[in-house]
Design a protein around this ligand. Sequence first.
Ligand SMILES: [Fe+2]
Length: 291
Amino acid sequence: MGIEAGGLVEQGRDPHHSKVNVVGGHNHHHHVGYMRSKVIKKRKYCSRNRKVKHSDSDSDSALQQVFVSCRDVFKGLGTVPLPHHVHKLCSILDKLRPEDVGLSSDMQFFKPKNEVKGTPRVTYTTIYQCNNFSLCCFFIPATGVIPLHNHPGMTVFSKLLLGKMHIKSYDLVDPINNSDASQLRLAKLKADSVFTAPCNSSVLYPTTGGNIHAFTAITPCAVLDVIGPPYSKQDGRDCSYYKDHPYAACSNAAGTEEEGDCYGWLEEIEVPENSEMDGIEYLGPQIIETI
Ligand SMILES: [Fe+2]
């Protein structure tokens, strides 16, 4: 534990960019405990997961319960999760502890005095991925940002496991009419507040208009994203980035101040320069693929 990940050399898939990042050669260090300095080989997802025939939900680990519930929630392309399945997964995620994915607040990365040199870079690890969903954990150093981005056609469950972060999320008012990407688009502010772990999970739905969110770490954070279906450029589920502008600054409409607080204008932008992420191998408790 506590081994630095400096010197990682990896061709990592950035789950938000859907592009390959070359990791390594940066003068920064990560201190997430199960990160270790080694070459991560591209491998078939789930290859390390043992396959067994039956699942006993009473004795399943919390992570295993997340996995089993995900299989109920995410039935594949074009399906919207059923409310009772969403409720079940939320209740499991609400109880999920850092230890369930091999993390602890004692790790150097999460110490408040863990100073970040230069621009804080976000690190991620994929716990599990299949065609229907993915479980991905993001490590964001203090002041680090995952900029506003969307999840087209996807349902996203976010669970802050450690740290304190500001979460902002929007839904587009008119999600269908997106023929001109250069135009500002009106969006309704859904969340704009500080979350401190341990806290409940939050959900972004594909049917409510774009499900766009941003994370800004106040202290070093770990957040688990459960996404279904995963990003796929091939299938038209690529990630777009946005910059938000205050409603009042771009609107001639005579709205009340209260209305202005609830809306913003979103401008689609190129992938922000500092948004590249480093991928590391997941070394926490494993998921067992039951049949
Ligand atoms: Fe996201």
